[in-house]
Write a protein that binds this ligand. Sequence first.
Ligand SMILES: [Cu+2]
Length: 125
Amino acid sequence: MNALDWIVVAAGLATIVWINWYFFLAGREAVDAVPTNGAQQVPVVVQGGYQPAEIRVRAGTPVRLLFDRRETSPCSEEVVVPDFGVKRFLAAHRITPVEFVPDRSGTFEFTCGMGMLRGRITVDA
Ligand SMILES: [Cu+2]
């Protein structure tokens, strides 16, 4: 292979790496809850998905997720956190606080009622 071939191969590899980073890693960093009025609070925008979709909290103290549902799509009208017994209706264009106490550490999913929209809560000990 000559120099031009190598440049083409390197550019192709760089593009593949960038595409994977963009779709699988970018914007997926966990957001830490902020202590507010006796609970670890995180605002979560609900619009075709959850933003942020990765949330980090501490075990043993109440968590308050403020779901800000900015759409009327029936998909997102319900949110569930099965591991902590949460199942709540989210009114369209309203902020709905959802509170629970994570009593154990681990990684837990929260989803819409159909399991299509997904997010994750990491509970640190
Ligand atoms: Cu759904």
